[in-house]
Design a protein around this ligand. Structure first.
Ligand code: F6R
Length: 363
């Protein structure tokens, strides 16, 4: 039942405040037991993390690397499952293997998990949206995201609930390692509980984003830029756009521009920038100036604190808050809405993009 929505993708985008609230349950403290009865023991045994996933789920893993290394101070590797399963890697038995998956049935991710176990890495955690899935059965620990059934082929609420679970994991690991004070724990819980409210406010930007979509619909290429923990969000924004609008999109960490992709920039390529106020904003601004100097048209998602103002060749939509570490979750929403509305203008089959399946259960 679509209710007031035109597509499942749109419905699922708007379900995200509820999905994230459900994924957080009513937690009132940061406990390892959220991840299973054995979690406290396992988490205290590890000295590294290996995240295995595909597609959008891989991007949630990439985001988590920024969080876990910065906050919990544990080394994290993130690998595309289909690559990991076939390459010769160096296993370490003190590594926690995390598989990220909406469906829990993705063949490559399941095979990568089996491969890791065969290499002696038996400490395993599934972060998954389907409690009865093969992936949850195959792992000793699990965190179930509560996005609810996702019908649109393009993943939306599964991604933001995965990020929510991964942030929770970051806090759990930080606490176990003595890197989270009682005061910080209370503050973090408050911020997490506010997340659905902040998401709701951002979804109200839809009419503004719809206006941008008209400018994109005639383009065949787009570039997405982000820095730090927003680089994986730029990757996710580009994937959403290509999947459902069939516009070729690439994402780069903005510092890489001058090492190649700047050669692509003309008036014909819209450049979407994820630009929240953070310690990399000033660097990002100079990357944006490089784009502008070459005639590129910028579409910037920022916030009131950034002092980025619209000018010729630079469009700006400001999110209503500054969200700190939770900013990647919140900055995902406008990118989903942008892809959705561009696809509407182009008239594609949004819930069932050509050549794609919801669950990739074959190699
Ligand atoms: C993109 C998308 C895919 C999936 C990928 C992994 O919108 O949905 O990239 O993220 O196929 O699927 P799961 O998470 O079910 O393992």
């Amino acid at each position: 039942d679509l209710g007031p929505y035109r597509h499942f993708m749109q419905k699922e985008i708007f379900e995200q405040p509820r999905a994230v609230a459900d994924t957080l349950h009513d937690i009132d403290s940061i406990d390892p037991e959220l991840f299973g009865l054995l979690a406290r023991k396992r988490f205290s045994e590890i000295d590294g993390i290996l995240i295995l996933a595909c597609g959008t789920s891989y991007y949630s893993g990439l985001t988590a690397k920024y969080w876990i290394e910065a906050i919990a101070k544990i080394k994290v590797e993130v690998e595309i499952a289909s690559e990991y399963r076939y390459r010769q890697s160096v296993p370490s038995s003190n590594t926690l293997v995390i598989t990220m998956s909406q469906s829990g049935e993705t063949a490559d991710t399941l095979a990568a998990l089996k491969h890791a176990k065969n290499l002696g890495m038996t400490k395993t955690l599934a972060i998954c949206n389907v409690p009865t899935s093969a992936m949850v059965r195959e792992c000793e620990l699990a965190y179930i995201t509560r996005a609810g059934i996702e019908i649109g082929v393009a993943s939306t609420k599964a991604f933001t609930t995965q990020l929510t679970a991964l942030y929770l994991l970051t806090l759990v690991l930080a606490k176990l390692k003595g890197n989270l004070s009682e005061l910080q724990e209370i503050e973090e819980l408050k911020l997490l509980k506010h997340l659905p409210v902040a998401m709701q406010e951002i979804l109200e930007l839809e009419p503004k984003i719809t206006k941008w979509a008209d400018k994109f619909a005639t383009k065949e290429h787009a570039l997405f830029l982000g820095r730090g923990m927003h680089y994986p969000i730029a990757l996710e924004g580009a994937l959403k756009l290509k999947e459902i609008s069939y516009i070729h999109a690439e994402a780069y960490p903005a510092g890489e521009l001058k090492h190649g992709p700047l050669a692509l920039v003309t008036e014909e390529i819209p450049v979407i920038v994820v630009a929240p106020t953070d310690q990399l904003l000033e660097k990002l601004k100079s990357n944006m100036a490089e784009v502008k100097a070459r005639g590129g048209e910028l579409f910037v998602f920022s916030d009131d604190a950034s002092k980025i103002e619209p000018s010729s060749g630079m469009h700006v939509i400001k999110l209503p808050g500054v969200y700190g570490n939770l900013s990647p979750i919140l900055h995902t929403l406008p990118l989903q809405l942008l892809a959705y509305h561009v696809a509407i203008v182009r008239g594609t089959d949004i819930d069932k993009p050509r050549n794609l399946a919801k669950s990739v259960t074959v190699e």
